[in-house]
Design a protein around this ligand. Structure first.
Ligand SMILES: *Cc1c(COP(=O)(O)O)cnc(C)c1O
Length: 397
């Protein structure tokens, strides 16, 4: 999966362009920057790649989510529906705006269960935030229908699924807004970085201003620019953007390797009775960064995870007991461990997490193993790994 595995001369060249001039900022200093605008270049290239009108490059995937919500006017008191299986960034970005995260079940797609979404809608709901975990997508048709019917915003978190598609469209480009992360372990990386894409001009203009203290970015004199709305600083630096420019060029090649490696492992595991695979919604194509599969019971899955670790097979994830990706591990959220005051309505919602029944998600997550597919492995290494995984599973089934 991660782009850092293939950091090379192409990235160094892009970064050196920036180091040569010493203009590390994405705005201004026109005469000194040797005409290098790495952030702008990335945004133009990425918007094209994602078949979207606009792209705003920012400092992280988490800030991208916050900016996307803010750009659509979502804030204090508004409810945002998100899945119980994701990364902590989902609720962090919502809470940062004073909005209320409403956590709901996932299904065998490992993403939002549309029925659970529908059941969670209230008069305060403003947005549905599917998270395309581990390279594959939510049932976007079903979610779009629910959003249309209830006039809700559809915001795709595509941080883990860059390059995947749904009905021929790039993931992230289907909802009203889509967000990506380019942190160091993502499919392509800037070191740190993120992006918002949209076809909505208002959301784009709002994103552009919000991530830079409200700057309207009109004219050539930064100090004289006006600030139509209050903002924040979520800017990316030119150095980070430069890495991204080179990495984006490698995306197609990365996806191709991932698909090949995924297929080798999958074909091996498909021969095993008792192993089933995560459901990919009809019309969807994964980005193949992980192969996620189910064993028949929680007990067998735990045994398999132990067997894999004893056999020294790295990078197999059991999210069910992971601190960062599943609600079971988020005791800081459930117990409202906050450095700052939390509004009563947020507190109310979070307190409910301790008594809400998520057994439907537990039943899926407790049987899920996700196997990472590195791009630096040779075919022999992938096959050897697949054999070891097969052997570990057979030993417990
Ligand atoms: C990585 C990730 C993010 C946040 O990205 P950062 O750039 O690390 O802030 C958000 N959502 C998901 C699903 C992620 O995997």
């Amino acid at each position: 999966m991660p782009g850092f595995e293939i950091f090379g001369d192409e990235e160094r060249k892009q970064v050196n362009d920036v180091l040569d001039s010493g203009i590390l900022m994405r705005y201004g200093f026109d005469g000194l920057r040797n005409n290098h605008w790495k952030a702008k270049e990335f945004e133009n290239n990425f918007a094209k790649k994602m078949q979207s009108k606009y792209c705003q490059l920012v400092s992280s995937g988490t800030s991208a989510l916050t900016i996307a919500l803010a750009s659509a006017g979502i804030g204090a008191g508004d409810e945002v529906i998100m899945p119980v299986f994701t990364f902590v960034a989902s609720f962090e970005s919502i809470l940062a705006l004073g909005a209320i995260p409403v956590l709901v079940d996932i299904d065998d797609t490992l993403t939002l269960d549309p029925k659970a979404v529908e059941a969670a809608i209230t008069s305060k709901t403003k947005c549905v935030m599917p998270v395309h975990m581990c390279g594959s997508m939510a049932d976007l048709n079903a979610l779009q229908t629910i959003c249309d019917k209830n006039q809700l915003l559809l915001l795709e978190d595509a941080c883990q699924a860059i390059g995947g598609s749904y009905n021929g469209k790039p993931l992230g480009s289907i909802g009203d807004l889509g967000c990506f992360s380019f942190d160091f372990v993502k499919t392509i990386t800037c070191g740190e970085g993120g992006a918002v894409i949209t076809n909505n001009k208002d959301y784009y203009v709002n994103s552009d201003q919000y991530q830079d203290h409200g700057h309207d970015h009109v004219g050539k004199d930064r100090g004289a620019e006006t600030h139509p709305n209050m903002g924040y600083n979520y800017r990316i630096s030119e150095l980070h953007a430069a890495v991204g420019v080179a990495q984006l060029e490698k995306l197609d090649a990365i996806l191709e390797i991932q698909k090949k490696n995924y297929t080798l492992v999958r074909e091996m595991l498909e021969t095993l009775e008792g192993v089933t695979f995560r459901r990919v919604p009809e019309g969807g194509e994964e980005n193949y960064s992980f192969l996620s599969f189910f064993l028949p019971t929680e007990e067998l899955t735990k045994k398999a995870i132990n067997a894999l670790s004893e056999a020294g097979v790295e990078a197999n994830f059991y999210w069910y007991t992971n601190n960062w990706h599943y609600i079971n591990g988020w005791e800081h959220l459930r117990n409202i461990k906050s450095l700052t005051n939390v509004t009563p309505e947020v507190r109310n919602q979070l307190e409910k997490l301790n008594t809400t029944d998520f057994s439907k998600s537990d039943a899926v997550m407790s049987r899920t193993i996700s196997s990472l597919l590195k791009i630096s492995w040779t075919d022999e290494e992938v096959l050897e790994r697949a054999e070891k995984i097969k052997k570990a599973i057979v030993s417990v089934l």
